[in-house]
Ligand binder design. Structure first.
Ligand code: PEP
Ligand code: MN
Length: 362
């Protein structure tokens, strides 16, 4: 099974190839060049391209399928392409593509995913599922469930980031917590990162690829083109074969198995972290006990729970101190919001109880 091959591969398992198949020569020569790098285990090329605007290049369609299949034959590597409807599935299977992938704009639509899954009932083929364009973990999991229910068990996840309006850095924001949560829910599913579509910028490919490896992703899908500036789609993010090779060599590969002395060092630090975390939770519990006390005072004196002015002052003080604690303002803001919400819940709890008591007393 593909998923076992990925899970057992000495990372990263790399899938590479052009965004779109443009000519036979482009597909076959690019694939042969990248197949020379040991990490490359699968070839990609877009045959049907889901483009945002109708006047963009929408892929050559099935005439280009044999080029990808031939590149696979010449290199001995598996091939993959995106399918977005049952016609694509039928043609890709007929041509002999080894692995199908579901694009982000398809995962978002349960009707489309269901139709594709139904059309694959009884077919033994691996399917890779990209995250939906919107940051919705359940929708992504739902797509896995639809394929599983159709009897397809060789499934792989691809993280390609999430749509956002005018992000200063990324084409699609990574929201790393979502693929991490998917791994928690579906531990047997390998996770591949697609830094090309996350960044939309070839200069950022290395940093995002490295981040994925540091987060224990199983592999990478990277768009490679012989002359990226002349590509028919996704020009800014495609990378030349040589630069792709340089990127692979620049990646720091983290070891899977720890040396015993490193393991010991880590265990020691982890213990300290656990002790600190215990203290943080005890403090939070104490903090909420005080919130309840505060709730009672407010209740007895008929004061609103939310004291906006007081809260804003506290918040700003802490935000100002963030840097001196070595914490980001975003983290401090999220943490204080969470504490504040929990505190309001505790204050409301004591008030409700007292109201109930009032009712029974009278
Ligand atoms: C692609 O891989 O070329 C592609 C269109 O990807 P996504 O579905 O992530 O936009
Ligand atoms: Mn692309």
């Amino acid at each position: 099974m593909l998923k076992d091959d990925i899970l057992n591969f000495n990372r990263p398992f790399v899938i590479a190839g052009p965004c779109s198949a443009e000519t036979e020569e482009q597909v076959i020569s690019t694939c042969n060049r990248i197949a020379g790098y040991d990490d490359v285990q699968m070839l990609r090329a877009g045959i049907w391209k889901p483009r945002t605007r109708p006047d963009s290049f929408e892929g050559l369609g099935s005439e280009a399928l044999p080029w990808l299949v031939e590149a696979g034959r010449q290199t001995g590597l598996r091939t993959t392409t995106e399918v977005a409807n049952t016609k694509h599935v039928e043609e890709a299977l007929k041509a002999g593509v080894d692995v199908l992938w579901i694009g982000a704009r398809t995962t978002v639509n349960p009707f489309a995913v269901q139709e594709i899954a139904d059309s694959l009932k009884g077919v033994d083929i691996p399917v890779m599922i990209k995250n939906p364009v919107n940051p919705d973990l359940s929708l992504w999991i739902g797509a896995f469930e639809r394929f599983k229910n159709a009897g397809l068990n060789d499934l792989v996840a691809i993280h390609r980031g999430f749509s956002i309006y005018r992000h200063p850095k990324y084409r699609n924001v990574p929201n790393w917590e979502i693929p991490i949560a998917l791994k928690e829910e579906l531990p047997d599913v390998p996770m591949i990162c697609d830094p090309s579509h996350i960044t939309g910028n070839r200069n950022l490919l290395l940093e995002v690829s490295q981040k994925a490896l540091d987060l224990d992703f199983n592999g990478l899908m990277i768009e490679v083109h012989p002359t990226p500036d002349l590509a028919w789609s996704d020009r800014e993010q495609q990378i030349e074969p040589d630069k792709f090779g340089a990127l692979l060599s620049a990646l720091i590969r983290r070891k899977k198995n720890l040396d015993p002395d490193v393991k010991e060092m880590m265990a020691e630090v982890r213990n300290k972290v656990r002790t600190l975390d215990d203290r943080i939770f005890e403090l939070l519990s104490e903090r909420m006990r005080l919130s309840q006390e505060m709730g009672k005072i407010k209740d007895e004196n008929n004061i609103t729970i939310l004291q906006q002015g007081h809260w804003s002052k506290l918040l700003n003080e802490r935000l100002d101190q963030a840097e001196s604690y070595g914490l980001s303002q975003k983290f401090v803001r999220n943490l204080l919001d969470a504490i504040h919400q929990e505190s309001i819940r505790h204050q409301t709890k004591v008030m409700n109880t007292e109201n109930k008591n009032d009712k029974t007393d009278h």
